[in-house]
Ligand binder design. Structure first.
Ligand SMILES: NC(=O)c1ccc[n+]([C@@H]2O[C@H](COP(=O)([O-])OP(=O)(O)OC[C@H]3O[C@@H](n4cnc5c(N)ncnc54)[C@H](O)[C@@H]3O)[C@@H](O)[C@H]2O)c1
Length: 397
């Protein structure tokens, strides 16, 4: 296996394509966003983007989005389109197709495979299908595409062998072959559902503690002193990104179809989904304390991306919060150094507002002087309370 094609050059696909290139593979990429294509051509000239023979590669990796629709149901249409593209060009010479996008158990077998077999070729003989869920955590400097351990499932033992060899040839982390393709699908959804539940617990407890005038940050630091048996998350203004607010809905959908309502997980998703509204209620209470209404006030926003020092706004709770504050009649001044297209003000203008919402803990925000801010809502519990001059409210503190 000497050539690799990655379909979808986003947060997942691009690092993987570049790593494969670094490891000596000939690497093609397919990307349908023209802006990204232009940027890629300038920044990564060795990566062959949108060439006609891309789908003839030995290994084809699907890294397209797997979002949910307005009803929070899985939207597999990008996966379908990518599979149809592959089907048209399959060579029948033993290519390895790897789905990296996060999906439910049974999607590879019952959704992806039938599309690929419309080519007339047979899995296990003419081509192989494997699933290796991506676990990348954008912005994490310790764990990245080259060292995060991988798990792999495949339909056929030969596919499992080929996929295991491929990942072992590019990453330094452990590569674990699993008993089935469904085991690999479930592993990823389990991880993200567990995290969603843990975060929801932290968020719910934060509201409980805020009502008791206890400081959630202090309490969690204190709980942390127990050296065993803990998996702690901190509360915040909500969950964001393409994984935690989305993936559990895939599992909920599949489980409901099989007759079991995973109510624990549904409750977790409801709690996390409620946090933007809770954050806005904190703003209203805090402004009340200063005798001002949100209506007509200038409300500054620091940060729109869903997490620190990245430019990703997908499912960011900040987007919901912005909408809600706007609908209350406030004039919004927004600044995010990572996303100029969402910024309509400078940091100074934001800091001069009647109230400031800190919605992302970008490093530079931590050094600002908050002593003159009349109202500060700390959506990430990132600041020292005593450094804020006016009314301070964090999430649960
Ligand atoms: N972002 C993360 O942190 C993360 C982490 C682990 C797993 N995942 C999973 O990985 C998958 C991809 O996520 P992402 O964050 O990289 O998404 P992304 O939106 O950043 O990238 C996907 C890219 O695919 C392109 N695309 C879509 N359909 C295409 C097609 N048919 N042909 C060519 N290009 C196409 C889009 O233009 C986009 O650039 C999802 O299933 C996600 O759940 C994401």
């Amino acid at each position: 296996m000497r050539s690799v094609c990655v379909i979808g050059l986003g947060y997942v696909g691009l690092p993987l394509a570049l790593l494969s290139l670094e490891k000596g593979y000939t690497v093609h990429g397919l990307e349908n966003n023209p802006k990204k294509v232009e940027k890629l051509a300038q920044e990564h000239p060795l990566l062959l983007v949108n060439h006609a023979d891309a789908l003839l590669c030995d290994v084809i990796i699907i890294a397209v989005p797997t979002p949910v629709d307005e009803k929070k149901l899985p939207d597999l249409s990008p996966v379908r389109v990518a599979c149809e593209q592959i089907t048209e060009k399959l060579t029948g010479k033993g290519q390895l197709i790897i789905l990296e996008s996060t999906v439910n158990p049974f999607v590879s077998r019952k959704y992806v495979l039938p599309i690929l077999e419309q080519s007339g070729f047979k899995e296990g003989k003419d081509f192989f299908l494997a699933h290796c869920p991506e676990r990348i955590d954008p912005g994490n400097v310790q764990w990245n595409v080259s060292n995060i351990p991988r798990v792999i499932g495949a339909l056929h033992p030969e596919g499992l062998k080929l996929a295991t060899e491929f990942y072992r040839s590019i990453i330094s982390g452990t590569v674990s072959p699993l008993s089935s393709i469904e085991a690999a699908e479930m592993t990823k959804i389990y991880e993200n559902s567990l995290r969603a539940v843990n975060i929801a617990f932290a968020n719910e407890m934060a509201i409980v503690m805020q009502n008791m005038k206890l400081d959630a940050k202090e309490i969690i630091q204190s709980v942390k002193t127990k050296p065993f048996g803990l998996d702690l998350c901190f509360p915040s203004c909500g969950v964001g990104g393409h994984c935690i607010p989305v993936d559990p809905f895939y599992l909920i959908d599949e489980s409901l179809k099989r007759g079991f309502d995973p109510s624990f997980l549904r409750t977790a998703m409801r709690v996390n989904g409620y946090m933007p509204a809770y954050t806005v209620s904190l703003l209203m209470h805090a402004m009340n304390e200063t005798g001002k209404s949100v209506k007509g006030a200038r409300v500054g926003v620091l940060g729109v991306s869903y997490k620190r020092n990245v430019d990703d706004v997908r499912e960011s709770p900040a987007l919901d919060i912005l909408k809600r504050v706007k609908s209350l009649g406030a004039e919004l001044k927004v600044y995010d150094p990572f996303i100029p297209e969402y910024s309509n003000a400078t940091a100074e203008e934001v800091m001069g507002c009647d109230a400031v919402l800190l919605l992302t803990d970008h490093s530079e925000f931590l050094d600002y002087d908050y002593s003159k801010v009349p109202v500060l809502i700390d959506g990430k519990n990132a600041l020292e309370k005593h450094k804020v001059g006016g009314v301070y409210k964090g999430i649960g503190r």
